[in-house]
Design a protein around this ligand. Structure first.
Ligand code: 5AD
Ligand code: SF4
Length: 454
């Protein structure tokens, strides 16, 4: 088997996790076998993230940790966002790396791997960011046993001032709605019941053949036979249209959860960030969701300490939390990134001040979530099983609103991941719910391909 095994580690977002599933499938198709440790592998691949400086450093630490293996003849490949961003500079920093490829070049992966096998030591896939093509493969190695991902749109054309994504993932390009629905049918045929539609800007989706709007595509996927839950991430407020809310109201299999990153509560900071909306404009979209018939759970991303953010402007972000009452918030300290427009703005807020602002947000949000989660006490909800925690003797699962729900189970054998159970909520924490299975009403989900009993 020598020369034909690979190890792959993934950093970053769900897009990256799913890209890895496609990369693994492609390599397996070329006769490679995935192994669990660096030592066992002939080819070591790192699928990387460069969204913040900390994320970017991880790959260089990893390369450093394992460079000794290069002496044993193993080859290294850096793929994904750091690869695209740093390009051939990676060969200088880590000369034992022989493949550097951005995600827009994955379509050419078979050819790049062949060149590597032929002995080339500097193989690159870096020039495809203007491509109109998406990376589709029938060989996706789906690693998540209960949730299947489908990328519907790649790249990003928004160019927010702080963000590397348009530079690392290239131009925005959508798949045809036919191919998406067709993949959803295939996935349902494999036994999956939950689908997550992915895109850096998922709701900028434009059917290239012009047939379906994003909301219509959501509906079409949610109506595929056998599919019980459809999620989508990440939405941009600029492209968030009312028909998305109407679709969630009309189609029960569309999950009642929307992740709508706001980034800041201050209109001036939003303008500096080139987000192309104001606080009021964003709140109008929130009002649509609050007026829906279903209670839609809303989550967001925030950046603190963007260049020039005053204390008063930061306060506007805190009051936004109070106004929206999010169910989850992912907050980050601003990190200046190569190539981005905000690089020329002075990163003026000291690190300690950024940390302070972050903590204020997290503390405030914890209180909001404590109350939001307590509102579920006594509620009976359908939970999809994700695993089992033997230490706590609890089944681990998730509600349609994407809230973690851990529950006791009265039988000796835990329910299978991917199955659905009715749970009554008995305790609430700021980040999770605890409950008990409602016996006699347990529903069994379809068995999922590759699913192991826990
Ligand atoms: N610094 C800090 N956070 C960032 N994000 C994106 N770019 C940066 C940056 N340069 C955050 C945004 C985005 C999330 C994925 O990461 O909040 O929504
Ligand atoms: Fe990281 Fe953004 Fe690339 Fe995802 S798209 S891996 S978050 S830099």
């Amino acid at each position: 088997m020598s020369g034909k095994s690979f190890y792959l580690e993934t950093f970053g977002c769900q897009m990256n996790a799913h890209d890895s599933e496609k990369v693994i499938g492609t390599l397996e198709q070329q006769g490679y076998r995935q192994v669990e440790s660096e030592e066992e592998a002939d080819l070591l691949l790192y699928n990387t993230c460069s969204i913040r400086d900390k994320a970017e450093q991880k790959v260089f630490n990893r390369l450093n940790d394992y460079k000794r293996l290069a002496r044993a003849g193993k080859r290294f490949g850096v793929i994904g966002c750091v690869a695209q961003q740093e390009g051939e500079k990676i060969f200088e920093r880590a000369p034992y790396v022989s493949l550097v490829a951005g995600s827009a070049s994955y379509r050419r992966l078979p050819e790049l791997i062949e060149r590597l096998e032929a002995g080339e030591t500097r193989v690159t896939g870096l020039d495809d960011r203007q491509t109109e093509e998406t990376f589709e493969t029938e060989f996706t190695a789906r690693k998540n046993p209960y949730r299947a991902y489908i990328t519907i749109i790649e790249g990003c054309d928004k160019f927010c001032a702080y963000c590397v994504v348009p530079y690392t993932r290239g131009k925005e390009r959508s798949r045809s709605s036919e191919s998406v629905v067709e993949e959803a049918r295939r996935i349902a045929g494999m036994g999956y019941t939950e689908i997550q539609l992915l895109g850096q800007n998922v709701n900028s989706y434009r059917d290239p053949i012009g047939k379906k709007s994003f909301a219509e595509l959501l509906t079409a996927v949610a109506e595929v036979d056998g599919i019980r839950r459809v999620r989508f991430t990440t939405s941009h407020p600029r492209d968030f249209t009312r028909d998305i809310v109407e679709a969630i109201d009309a189609v029960p299999t569309l999950c009642d959860h929307v992740h709508l990153p706001v980034q800041s509560g201050s209109t001036r900071v939003l303008r500096q960030m080139a987000r192309e909306y104001s606080r009021e404009w964003y709140l109008e979209r929130i009002a649509w969701m609050k007026a829906a018939k279903r209670r839609i759970s809303i989550s967001t991303d925030l950046i603190v300490g963007f260049p020039g953010e005053t204390t008063a402007e930061f306060e506007e972000t805190v009051t936004l939390l109070d106004e929206v009452q999010y169910d989850a918030v992912f907050a980050f300290k601003y990190s200046s990134r190569p190539n981005t427009p905000s690089l020329v703005m002075i990163d003026s807020i000291p690190e300690a001040e950024k940390s302070k602002r972050l903590q204020i947000l997290l503390d405030r949000q914890r209180e909001i979530q404590r109350l939001n989660y307590e509102n579920h006490l006594g509620e009976k909800m359908e939970v999809m099983v994700e695993g089992y925690n033997p230490a706590r003797e609890q089944v681990i699962g998730r509600s349609s609103q994407n809230k973690p729900v851990n529950f006791s189970w009265p039988h000796p054998i835990a329910p299978a991941p991917g199955s659905y159970q009715w749970v009554r909520v008995t305790r609430a924490f700021p980040n999770s719910l605890v409950g008990e299975a409602v016996t006699g009403e347990a529903l069994t989900g379809q068995a999922t391909a590759g699913m192991a009993a826990v």
